[in-house]
Design a protein. Structure first.
Ligand SMILES: N[C@@H](CCC(=O)N[C@@H](CS)C(=O)NCC(=O)O)C(=O)O
Length: 321
């Protein structure tokens, strides 16, 4: 666990002392865009871009789901890091489900960052979108990568599927902001808090938000209305980790996902969409969280349960894509 400072790797965790025990997520640094017309300098082309992901990571998981649903598996290839993030940070290995770095042959993800920017200062995170032609990271912000996958590669993928439709953008942006702050990042704010009041603030906001969405999903099928959008996939990757990891490891235990009838059925509904289940690797998910945060789980023991069956039928109907 650590970060790069002026191109040098340092073992260091987030300094929550500075922020009253609160976890504050730093801004991501690589923010260029792949576009269909290439005016950004990064034209969409099959085989040119590569994703470095962790199957454990909810942010990277969003990009894998969009890549799959947009039919881009043969257009954008992927390298998968080992679930254990220890000294040196994320690394590539032959652990089942992980891979080598298929583009640069690096052992550590931080070496990929250094190839892009030799004097880089900042965290070394997944996902990253790598450009093989320019030899650099285009973007390492999942929310933006998801948007690129949704439209920039339409000449090569499922242009008929749109998860950010113009008519719903305002609703999507609004619900994304709420879900990001209170739920996606909310579980991290609870889990990485180092003071009681910071934890209580985060966990209270998290469960108030889940209660609100539980009620919303009793009235409408998806977060932005009648059709599934990126907002749903962004929430899904946190919900699918909730009972196996966040309830215990991040102390988000006021209620479990399975205690929310609508959210639980909705999670199963999204899980059961064509081959989305293949993007969910519970071994990587549990192994990563329980072994990589020794300040939370110093024994690194991975709990045996809970048994959560996402394939149980639900009554919310098939998802129109
Ligand atoms: N804002 C980024 C966050 C990505 C992120 O924090 N990924 C985590 C894994 S779940 C990571 O790589 N953490 C390593 C670190 O913070 O050192 C995004 O959405 O892409």
């Amino acid at each position: 666990m650590g970060l790069l400072v002026d191109g040098v790797w340092q073992e260091d965790w987030y300094d929550t002392e500075r922020t009253g025990g609160r976890f504050e997520r730093p801004e991501t640094r690589f923010r260029d865009w792949v576009t269909a017309d290439g005016r950004s300098g990064f034209p969409a082309e099959p085989g040119r871009y590569h994703l470095h992901v962790s199957l454990a990571c909810p942010w990277a998981h969003r990009t894998l789901i969009l890549r799959h649903l947009k039919g881009l598996e043969d257009v954008i290839d992927v390298s998968v890091v080992d679930p254990y993030m220890g000294e040196g940070g994320w690394h590539f290995s032959n652990y089942p489900g992980a891979s080598e770095d298929r583009v640069n042959g690096c052992r550590y993800l931080h070496q990929v960052y250094l190839k892009a920017r030799p004097d880089y200062t900042g965290r070394v995170t997944v996902p990253t979108l790598w450009d093989k032609v320019a030899g650099t990271i285009v973007n390492n912000e999942s929310a933006e990568i998801v948007r690129m996958l949704n439209s920039a590669f339409d000449a090569f993928g499922r242009a008929d599927r749109d998860f950010y439709p113009a008519a719903l953008r305002e609703q999507i942006d609004r619900v994304n902001a709420f879900v990001y702050d209170r739920i996606n990042n909310g579980v991290y704010k609870a889990g990485f808090a180092t003071r009681q009041d910071a934890y209580e603030e985060a966990v209270g906001a998290l469960f108030a938000a889940l209660d609100e969405l539980e009620e919303r999903l009793s009235r409408q099928p998806y977060l932005a209305g009648d059709r599934v959008t990126e907002a749903d996939w962004r929430l899904f990757t946190t919900l699918v980790r909730f009972d196996p990891v966040y309830v215990g490891h991040f102390k988000c235990n006021v209620r479990r996902l399975v205690d929310y009838p609508n959210l639980w059925a909705y999670t199963r509904q999204l899980y059961q969409v064509e081959r989305v289940a293949e993007t969910v690797n519970l071994d990587h998910i549990k192994r990563h969280y329980f072994t990589s945060h020794p300040m939370i789980n110093p024994t690194r023991i991975i709990p045996a349960g809970p048994a959560v069956d996402y394939s149980i039928p639900h009554d919310r109907g098939p998802v129109p894509l």
